[in-house]
Unconditional design. Structure first.
Length: 281
């Protein structure tokens, strides 16, 4: 009887969650060749390929799609057993504030794993623009905040990781005459960075559609209404992206900070902060 590798299954799930082999390697502390080797061993064990080429990306094929929910289920059982025998009981309620793109793209799997490990913790997650999450007047609304921060050397909100900003959508439609944007509303860091970059490059632009939710923006991008800017790690799998093109300028890096707003150290808050930092950073 063969035994599946838990590490291989975790690598598979992570590749899908973060949208690529290289990003999965960064998250798991592995080189890209090591990630590829783990996937290859898993494929050899199951005697089938799990990924197919789609544009510039590797995405799950029909066998990979079949395996994914089973892999997640096995990982939940594995982690629950480890938690049962090695970790202390954690209880309480945590109010988490995050930008919508992280809520939609990255956090579901992380939060799912956390709840599986700490079932007695109650989570309340709300999505807001980063400027609102970092506002001092709203700090008492959240126990923990994950937010974007353009000040990479910020002392008030220290950066625990950086990400590349990229242009997202059908970039072939961008031309020097006019760039059409779909963005979040006024106050969004991505929106401001896109406008500033285009203005500095002397490229005209117009905003044709605004939506604060990543799902709405994704639908508009898939319809070809325009292009947008996102942090590379939050780009949905079905969308194309580039850091720059012959027309579109480089956008630079963005900082990501994780802030505990609780006046005192709360075990559940500390555990979630540690969990998110470990999985993202």
């Amino acid at each position: 009887m063969k035994n599946l590798s838990i590490d291989g299954l975790r690598t598979l799930v992570t590749v899908v969650d973060v949208g690529g082999f290289a990003k999965a390697g960064e998250l798991l502390g592995l080189s890209q060749p090591a990630v590829s080797l783990q996937i290859k061993r898993l494929e050899d064990m199951l005697n089938c390929k799990l990924f197919k080429k789609q544009g510039q990306r590797q995405v799950l094929n029909q066998y990979g799609e079949l395996l994914l929910p089973l892999a997640k289920q096995m990982l939940q059982h594995n982690d629950a057993i480890i938690q049962q025998f090695t970790s202390e009981s954690v209880t309480g309620k945590v109010r988490l504030g995050i930008p919508s793109e992280f809520a939609a793209r990255i956090l579901p799997s992380i939060i799912g794993d956390f709840v599986s490990l700490y079932p007695d913790v109650s989570l309340e997650v709300k999505s807001r623009l980063s400027k609102h999450l970092l506002s001092s007047s709203r700090q008492d609304q959240f126990d923990l905040v994950l937010a974007l921060n353009e000040q990479l050397d910020s002392g008030q909100h220290p950066i625990f990781m950086q990400d590349q900003l990229v242009w997202v959508g059908d970039l072939s439609k961008a031309n020097e005459g006019m760039v059409t944007l779909v963005t979040a509303p006024e106050g969004c860091i991505y929106r401001r960075r896109a406008i500033e970059a285009l203005q500095q490059a002397g490229i005209k632009h117009r905003i044709i559609y605004s939506n604060a939710d990543l799902t709405g923006l994704t639908a508009a991008l898939k319809e070809g209404l325009g292009i947008t800017v996102l942090a590379k790690s939050t780009v949905p799998n079905e969308l194309n992206y580039q850091s720059h093109t012959a027309i579109l300028p480089e956008l630079g890096q963005i900082g990501i900070c994780l802030i505990k707003n609780s006046g005192e150290s709360v075990n559940a808050v500390d555990k979630l902060a540690e969990f998110i930092a470990l999985r993202l950073g």
